[in-house]
Ligand binder design. Structure first.
Ligand SMILES: *[C@@H]1O[C@H](CO)[C@@H](O)[C@H](O)[C@H]1NC(C)=O
Ligand SMILES: *[C@@H]1O[C@H](CO)[C@@H](O)[C@H](O)[C@H]1NC(C)=O
Length: 742
């Protein structure tokens, strides 16, 4: 026995050499092919021009008998078709054709007495799907609405009374996603998910998936957003902010995946986790890789399973080679792991377990070939979560399945995935690259507008657009014969934070014009810091004191947040606790400070507008501790400040210092930048730590910086918000909006 075991082990760990197949006759009519070779496999992948698909399959694998898979038929590119309608309830459709190709339009009309729901026209799209939703004609006589007949299907059953059922079948050659059978439930909705019928060559595009997946996910995740409370949400229970959610990510690492695709699947998982991390909640992660056996990369019970960074790090480190047996696809094995981790959680924290939502993300490029039927295990997981008919616990499990490539079994992935009306949980995508693309696009920040310090990622191309710096406010003060420009930041729905020195004592709210995005806002009131007093230190030879250079502009009307207009995070507020991924009640203002100002040299930024309406990021370094002393010393060497006996009268404790050339050359702030935010980026979130106040040497030409480096002695000073909290909290209206930490 012993030697045999050893032998098996060795045999399993040595990769078989790649099989060899001849390339004669492998080409595709009307398209191109390329070879993909691995250590132990050989494949050709076909590519057809837009609007065509590769028949009979878009790749062929070299088999160990020296033959290509699917080699009975010569490969050719064929025109993409959309399914043909065979049945339509209570109305007519035209034109009637045997086949419908890209660009063909179907028109629908309802009979008298029936109202149309859905589009009157649908167009055949490039991926072989009809545009828009299923068109339905309804007389509203049933308890449930007419569930419709998706194009390509037939429906049996016409009772739309409670308990009534309808059954669907796809026409031959088409594959079904969604529910084969649906029942009209007591809540007058249909059970399950609307079916769809599609050709095997039809893949979901990244854009389609991004949209559908993220809207379904954000239904699940959506933290209590006051803006959305009045909106009708189909899913009633919301995740509490302290994130009672488990997220399982299951990655296929079987042999057919190949190292490159495995890497992309890992990257896609990381993108997904990063996107989740921008939400105001903290889920617990489990990551499982599977081939013949399942291997947990991160377990639910691991100490760091709520730490997105640690989870990402472990995914990065996990190598494709860690599966020594990649021959099998044991999907059930992966789900058994999920079940095991959930059972353990149930044992340890039974009460919390039942309140915790679960999201399973399963990626696969094939069908199971060992370990038994995964659907059986999914049933057990549902039992464990106590999900039964009519006990309203469906919300506690969402299973999303991503079938990648054409070797998947549509039936299998459809059976595993959740079926919830009106969402979709099963996707078939051309490749893992497309899935990653979809994750990149999804969970648009627009879904979570009330969250502070979020913005469009500038690496997505459009540096300079308003969406990248959506919290910047432009302020113009009009006085007889002159105009002054400042910047500010949106800190709440009713307040803009800026510098006190932008205003004169006699400026009226009407003289102040505030613009955010492309909207002008009406000003109700100006609040300058009560201790701001520019002439207050003249006895100490400080000609103009900027101490407490801070002001709040109170707005007449609430700001409507949008992608272009949203708030930045202010230190020591509860929203920022979330942005900084701090947990629990005990988080203090000091914790915030230690997180964002974590060293003597802190990377920070401000936003400049050297060309009108084109914002640019300016990286600067905040000097603290010993490094800040150099700011005082260098300032003393400048002519205008030489006569000040004690420089700390000008540069009080209330200022953050940037500028100069050590250790990096910092761009200078110029006139017009005043009042704008000094920002520290923390992961994907932006926290304002200062307000741009004054500088020691001005070499700007108006609002523009000179191309050459700043003088070595020059420094910029910013009102330190960590020192201004008393005054900010003292504004009752603002405190109400922001919930400052105790
Ligand atoms: C459908 O298309 C027809 C002809 O192209 C057009 O006249 C009609 O307005 C469209 N109907 C709808 C509901 O879009
Ligand atoms: C500023 O810093 C960020 C983050 O470190 C970096 O991605 C960006 O390229 C920098 N921008 C400039 C203009 O140096």
């Amino acid at each position: 026995m012993f030697p045999l075991l050893l032998l098996v082990h060795i045999a399993g760990s040595i990769a078989a050499p790649a099989p060899k197949c001849a390339l004669d006759n492998i080409d595709i009519k009307g398209g191109e092919y390329r070879e993909v070779k691995g250590e132990d496999f050989m494949r050709v992948v076909y590519k057809c021009p837009e609007g065509l698909y590769a028949h009979p399959s878009n790749s062929r694998d070299c088999l160990y008998n020296g033959k290509w898979s699917n080699d009975k038929v010569k490969a050719e590119c064929r025109a993409v078709e959309c399914p043909r309608p065979v049945m339509f309830d209570n109305g007519v459709y035209y034109p009637r054709q045997k086949k419908y190709f890209i660009g063909d339009v179907l028109h629908f009309e309802c009979w008298g007495g029936f109202e149309m729901f859905g589009p009157g026209n649908r167009t055949c799209q490039a991926n072989g799907k009809w545009s828009g939703e299923v068109t339905k004609c309804d007389d509203k006589e049933g308890d449930c609405p007419n569930p419709g007949v998706p194009i390509g299907s037939t429906k049996v059953g016409t009772s739309y009374k409670i308990e009534g059922t309808v059954k669907y079948e796809c026409q031959s050659g088409l594959r079904m996603f969604g529910s084969k059978e649906r029942t009209c439930m007591e809540n007058k909705r249909w059970s399950g998910a609307e079916p769809s019928c599609r050709f095997p060559f039809t893949f979901d595009t990244p854009t389609e998936v991004a949209e559908i997946f993220s809207s379904s996910l954000s239904e699940t995740i959506e933290a209590s957003d006051p803006d959305k409370l009045d909106k009708q949400s189909d899913r009633k229970i919301q995740v509490k902010k302290d994130g009672l959610m488990n997220i399982f990510i299951i990655i296929d690492s079987s042999k057919s995946v190949g190292p490159d695709n495995f890497k992309t699947a890992k990257e896609a998982s990381i993108v997904f986790i990063e996107k989740m991390a921008s939400f105001d909640f903290i889920p617990r992660y489990a990551v499982i890789s599977y081939a013949s056996y399942a291997k947990p990369i991160v377990r639910l019970s691991d100490d760091d399973s709520t730490d997105a960074d640690a989870v990402i790090e472990r995914i990065r480190k996990f190598s494709y080679r860690e599966h020594d047996d990649k021959m099998g696809t044991n999907t059930r094995g992966a789900l058994i792991e999920v079940h095991g981790m959930l059972s353990l959680q149930n044992t340890n924290e039974p009460q919390k377990f039942l309140e915790t939502r679960n999201v399973i993300l399963l990626m696969t490029d094939g069908k199971h070939n060992m370990g038994g039927d995964p659907v059986v295990e999914m049933k057990k997981i549902r039992e464990l979560l106590d999900i039964r008919k009519n006990n309203n616990r469906e919300d506690f499990l969402d299973v999303y399945v991503f079938g990648l490539g054409e070797d998947i079994s549509e039936n299998e992935i459809n059976d595993i995935a959740s079926k919830k009306d009106p969402e979709k949980h099963v996707f078939k995508m051309e490749s893992v690259d497309h899935m990653k693309e979809a994750f990149d696009e999804m969970l648009d920040e627009a879904e979570v507008l009330q969250m502070c310090g979020l913005s469009k990622d500038p690496s997505k191309g459009e540096e300079g657009v308003q969406e990248v710096y959506p919290w910047i406010a432009k302020i113009t003060i009009t006085r007889p014969g002159s105009e002054e420009k400042c910047k500010g930041s949106i800190v709440s729905r009713f307040f803009i934070l800026t510098a006190a020195h932008c205003f004169h004592l006699d400026d009226s709210p009407q003289a102040v014009n505030v613009r955010v995005g492309d909207k002008a806002l009406k000003v109700k009131n100006l609040h300058r810091h009560s201790k701001y007093n520019p002439a207050g230190k003249q006895d100490k030879k400080v000609e103009k004191s900027f101490d407490y250079d801070l002001a709040l502009i109170e707005l007449e009307n609430k700001i409507e947040y949008s992608r272009k207009v949203r708030p930045i995070c202010l230190p020591c507020t509860s929203a920022t606790t979330w942005a900084l991924k701090k947990r629990g009640q005990a988080v203090t203002c000091n914790d915030h400070k230690n997180t964002v100002l974590d060293s003597e040299l802190v990377k920070a930024m401000f936003v400049a507008e050297e060309t009108q309406n084109k914002f640019e990021r300016m990286n600067v370094t905040i000097k603290r501790g010993d490094k800040r002393n150099a700011c005082l010393e260098d300032t003393k060497k400048i002519e205008k400040f030489k006569d000040i006996p004690d420089i700390t009268d000008a540069i009080t404790e209330n200022f953050l210092c940037t500028g100069g050339v050590q250790p990096y050359v910092d761009p200078q702030t110029c006139k017009g930048d005043s009042g704008g935010p000094l920002i520290v980026q923390y992961k994907q979130r932006y926290v304002q730590v200062g307000v741009i106040s004054w500088g020691t040497i001005n070499t700007c030409i108006g609002p523009k910086r000179k191309p050459e480096p700043v003088p070595a002695l020059s420094r910029d000073f910013h009102t330190d918000l960590f020192h201004m909290l008393d005054w900010l909290e003292g504004n009752e209206h603002l405190a109400q909006e922001l919930q400052f930490l105790k």
